[in-house]
Design a protein around this ligand. Structure first.
Ligand SMILES: Nc1ncnc2c1ncn2[C@@H]1O[C@H](COP(=O)(O)OP(=O)(O)OP(=O)(O)O)[C@@H](O)[C@H]1O
Ligand SMILES: [Mg+2]
Length: 249
């Protein structure tokens, strides 16, 4: 079992799109996958067609300790999801005085053993929620949009992971960099990929996730790319990425 946190404090780089479609792709390849939506925006939950605002048992109640992991899990077409709720938006402040606040998620992680992969979709910040993902996971994947300033803020992110490794979770590793929204016709995109390669070496997955309109459309139908358009570039790329993830072990 691997627990992987999808992290980047920069917004809109493809964290949630990766969570949905890597999850669905691995599931297609017969892996048991759990997705945890740790973002108060609940985009992952909504992207899978689940009305977050109507739910009582969400990751918020889980962190509060009033429900168990099992009680929060929603089964959806082969994928398991711990949904988020807008209540989570107060969590940073609400939990800030709680002893052991960095480990609230980890404490609930007992029941995760039956999954092959657990992905945690993080909000665009390096606050308490992301810290909880970093203490629970062994691996970090960083999605990077292949645009100007892709690597801006990276020092801060790497520093945060290094501090967590030193003080809170010695197992945590940056295991993969995912280049997203790649457009091979744009020189800038190609240059940015080269820069990412220079910076991260072979941590960068060979599969580049191309810019693909179907990937942007699918969430509004509550569908993964494989359910929405299985013959799209998006489906092709995410399936290739999943094969690479399995190969890396
Ligand atoms: N490869 C792609 N091609 C086209 N559009 C994409 C692609 N990947 C993501 N998008 C779109 O870009 C936007 C941002 O993606 P996404 O929500 O996955 O980013 P995020 O990092 O989770 O954002 P946030 O930081 O707000 O949580 C979304 O509208 C999404 O549909
Ligand atoms: Mg997101």
């Amino acid at each position: 079992m691997q627990i992987i946190a999808l992290i980047n404090q920069k917004g809109g780089v493809g964290k949630t799109t990766c969570a949905v479609n890597i999850g669905a792709g691995l599931n297609k390849l017969r892996k048991r996958v759990l997705l945890i939506d740790l973002d108060p925006q609940a985009h992952l939950t909504y992207s899978l067609g689940i009305p977050a605002h109507e739910l009582n048992n969400t990751v918020y109640e889980l962190l509060k300790g009033t429900v168990t992991l099992k009680e929060t899990i929603i089964e959806r077409n082969g994928l398991s999801l711990v949904p988020s709720s807008l209540n989570l938006s107060g969590a940073e402040i609400e939990f800030s005085g709680v002893a052991g606040r960095e480990f609230l998620l980890k404490e609930t992680a007992e029941g995760l053993k039956k999954f092959d992969y657990v992905f945690i979709d993080c909000p665009p910040s390096l606050g308490l929620l992301t810290l909880n993902a970093l203490t629970t996971a062994q691996n970090v994947y960083i999605p990077l949009q292949t645009e100007f300033l892709a690597l801006q803020g990276m020092t801060k992110l790497l520093e945060t992971v290094a501090i967590v490794k030193k003080r809170l979770n010695k197992d945590i590793e940056i295991a993969g960099i995912i280049a997203t929204r790649f457009d091979c016709r744009k020189n800038l995109n190609r240059e940015v990929v080269e820069k990412i390669k220079e910076y991260f070496g072979d941590k960068l997955f060979n599969t580049l996730i191309r810019d693909n309109i179907s990937l942007a459309e699918a969430p509004s139908f509550g569908k993964t790319i494989f359910e929405y358009k299985s013959n799209s570039y998006g489906a092709e790329d995410y399936l290739d990425l999943c094969k690479e993830i399995i190969k890396r072990g």
